[in-house]
Design a protein around this ligand. Structure first.
Ligand code: NAI
Length: 716
């Protein structure tokens, strides 16, 4: 079986159907490249008997794009061979494009990355009008660029400015939006219509001209040297820097490839694109991002830390206790994936209010035309708002999200458990209380587990599954299946105070506050956080969490440490937090005042008094930005290694994915453990020891890190 079926019809229309053997989706790997070369050779030989060409796909997804397995392996030493290979592939696509006969892409499913680039190399694109189909160039989200001609053809088709969101942000669109954007030319209502329209184009355009003529092509929206466009482009790199914080090389390379490419003829533009593409492919950021966002994420979705040997479970009725912020979100996420939900609160009114949260989100989808009224009603009708525990009868899973109070949680556990089906699971969404402790209230602790969702639940993809001392493997496996069933990403951690994500997150905010305690200017601290790649600075996020909650968590940890016979070592952040709360009465954002001021009108700004209270001018001016950035990334990576060492984390995948999706650890690093690999285990351990000397024992390299450094083996 060949990867591209060659069928020349009696009407002299040639259909090339891509059907990669042994693969569920078509990808641009060496098998495809060889098949394309052979096909193009045959087309060239048969050209006299061919009136036009239809490119089709035998798979559900038209074409999935580049082969990341191949790309991930390319090293600096392979750069030249890689460039030649890419240019060879593009030359084959170009030969079809310039063969003089009309070439039409009949797009029956999603076409992403290299798949869409193949379609762009056709003269005409017809796509099945199905909202599930996505078209886009997502390479940038993996630190890459569309290296199959996308940075050259798309600007020539729709203009530079219109192409930017697709090229530089990886925007994906459905067929209707693609038509509006000018990425495709026609929509088809059925598979027959798709082929019919492709044929009709061929009939109507027998002598198809080679597009992108060498001379005088007009770029829609203006060529780069047009004054209006030149003005915009002059500030584009600076605007990109603002977005990428200098951490992500891909958007800037894409901009360069597109702009430089538009100023020369197509073929030279294509060579320019390959050069930038290769630079990114061999660079470390793309390796970090593809490694984590593709390979590790897929490994988690394929089973990750799920125990083997337990049949895959499917959930049909889930109870949610507490219809507050978290409960309402969990109910929505569950019902949206086709599961019946019983949403219970202390009153029907409260429960209905929680259900209203789903109604709101769904209405927004309807108004954005992402859903019909009927679809909205179907989801909403799955949620039963109630104040009666009897309605929980027959649930496969109950998740409690009542107030953070162990006694209350114990009560609702005992009330709900008898209503569950035989092997039903009871889960707690606690953010701080150890699962083993909560399971004491359960009559079936082996079926008790933690499911830690993040706020806002509809947007946050991660769920941290916490295994208590008595939780069975079967319960863990089934809880894992539930998380996948609702389309979220499960990581599995063993019970520990703060689990994994909150522990690491705590080190981030405390480090920022410790800098303030040292006298560093708050603006420098916030900048360092953002420039390191965190979504916001540590002081802003402390305000969100609330400084009083941080005091409460600390008091609890201290109590636990001392009860276990340990000695509490105060963190330098503590004194600052106490001053803020107790002396200054500034408790955080919810209280209207924290490290930031929150004016009624306008944006928040850093509280000016911080300068008088904490800043030491000498220290503030002597501090290097790089040191601050290092401290922010290092402290979290070190805590992650401690979690691995203590067995809180079960895998490197969970560590990397959990750090990025749970706490926003800089995505360019590929996650908190990959950052250590990226830095080099030895160099990382040395730098950590330096930081420990300067800032305290919290940076002391854990034994596991020293072991890796000694043998110079990265975490794998
Ligand atoms: P919330 O205060 O918004 O909601 C709690 C709800 O529980 C209220 O509607 C309350 O009426 C209801 N409730 C109280 N007693 C009940 C009972 N006996 N039966 C049924 N419902 C009852 O609280 P939120 O923020 O939703 O937090 C809930 C849980 O989720 C807490 O354990 C919290 O630590 C945890 N969590 C919170 C996160 C957050 O960002 N807020 C993140 C992750 C976990």
């Amino acid at each position: 079986m060949t990867a591209i079926r060659y069928e020349l019809g009696a009407d002299q229309i040639l259909t090339l159907t891509i059907d990669m053997p042994g693969q569920s989706a078509n990808t641009m790997n060496s098998v495809f490249r060889d098949a394309l070369d052979a096909t193009v050779e045959k087309v060239t030989a048969d050209l006299d008997t061919v009136r036009g060409i239809i490119i089709a796909s035998a798979k559900k997804t038209f074409f999935a794009g580049g082969d990341l397995n191949e790309l991930h392996k390319v090293t600096r030493d392979d750069a030249k061979a890689f460039e030649d290979m890419v240019n060879g592939l593009k030359a084959a696509m170009r030969k079809l494009e310039t063969c003089g006969k009309p070439v039409v892409a009949a797009i029956n499913g999603s076409a992403l990355g290299g798949g869409l680039e193949l379609c762009l190399a056709c003269h005409h694109r017809v796509v099945l009008d199905d909202d599930k189909i996505q078209l886009g160039l997502p390479e940038v989200t993996l630190g890459l660029l569309p290296g199959g001609g996308g940075t050259q053809r798309l600007p020539r088709m729709i203009g530079l400015e219109a192409a930017f969101p697709f090229l530089m942000e990886g925007k994906k669109v459905n067929p209707k939006a693609a038509l509006k954007a000018g990425i495709v030319d026609e929509l088809a209502s059925s598979a027959d219509d798709l082929i019919g329209k492709a044929r009709a184009f061929i009939e109507a355009n027998p002598g198809c001209q080679q597009p992108w003529d060498k001379k005088g092509f007009k770029l829609p929206g203006g060529a780069p040297h047009h004054p209006a466009m030149a003005q915009k482009l002059a500030i584009a790199p600076a605007m990109l820097k603002q977005k990428t914080k200098g951490c992500y090389p891909a958007p800037e390379r894409i901009l360069s490839a597109a702009v430089e490419g538009c100023q020369v003829d197509f073929d030279n533009g294509s060579l320019i694109e390959t050069r930038y593409f290769t630079e990114l492919v061999i660079g470390q950021v793309a390796k970090n991002m593809t490694g984590t966002f593709w390979f590790q994420l897929n490994a988690i979705k394929a089973g990750g830390s799920r125990p083997q040997g337990v049949d895959r479970a499917s959930f049909s009725k889930v109870g949610v206790l507490g219809a507050g912020m978290m409960g309402a979100g969990i109910a929505y996420a569950t019902a949206a994936r086709g599961i019946d939900v019983v949403l219970k609160d202390v009153s029907v009114e409260n429960a209905e209010k929680g259900k209203g949260y789903s109604a709101n989100l769904l209405s927004k989808k309807v108004s954005r035309k992402r859903m019909t009224e009927e679809q909205k009603d179907t989801v909403l009708n799955r949620i039963k708002a109630t104040d009666s525990a009897d309605d929980l009868a027959g649930c496969d899973l109950v998740i409690e999200a009542v107030f953070e109070d162990s006694n209350l949680k114990a009560r609702v556990t005992q009330e709900a458990e008898p209503k569950l089906v035989g092997n039903g699971i009871f889960a707690s969404n606690t953010s701080t209380i150890p699962i083993t402790q909560l399971a004491n209230a359960s009559a079936r602790a082996e079926n008790f587990i933690g499911l830690h969702f993040f706020s806002p639940v509809d947007k946050m993809q991660l769920v941290e599954i916490i295994v208590g001392e008595k939780t069975s493997d079967e319960t863990l496996a089934r809880a894992f299946d539930y998380v996948l069933q609702i389309g979220k990403i499960p990581i599995v951690v063993n019970d520990s105070r703060g689990f994994f994500t909150s522990r690491v997150f705590g080190t981030f905010v405390n480090e920022g506050i410790a800098m303030l305690a040292e006298g560093i200017h708050p603006t420098s601290i916030e900048n360092a956080g953002v420039l390191a790649g965190m979504p916001v600075g540590p002081l802003a996020i402390s305000d969100e969490v609330s400084l009083t909650l941080m005091q409460h968590i600390r008091a609890q940890s201290r109590k636990d440490t001392e009860a276990a016979g340990g000695t509490w070592v105060p963190h330098p952040a503590e004194a600052v937090i106490d001053t803020m709360v107790e002396t200054q009465g500034r408790k955080g954002k919810a209280a209207g005042a924290g490290f930031y001021e929150y004016p009624q009108q306008g944006k928040k700004f850093l509280w000016p008094e911080l300068e008088t209270l904490f800043v030491d001018q000498e220290k503030a001016t002597a501090t290097r930005l790089q040191d601050l950035k290092d401290r922010i990334l290092f402290i979290q990576a070190i805590e992650t290694v401690r979690c691995l060492e203590e067995g809180v984390l079960r895998s490197i995948e969970d560590a990397n994915i959990g750090s990025i999706f749970g706490i926003g650890y800089a995505p360019w690093t590929g996650g908190a453990v990959q950052f250590i690999n990226h830095y080099g285990v030895r160099a990382f351990a040395t730098r950590a020891a330096e930081l420990a000397k300067q800032y305290g024992s919290r940076f002391t390299p854990p034994a596991l890190l020293l072991e890796k450094a000694e043998s110079n083996t990265p975490f794998a």
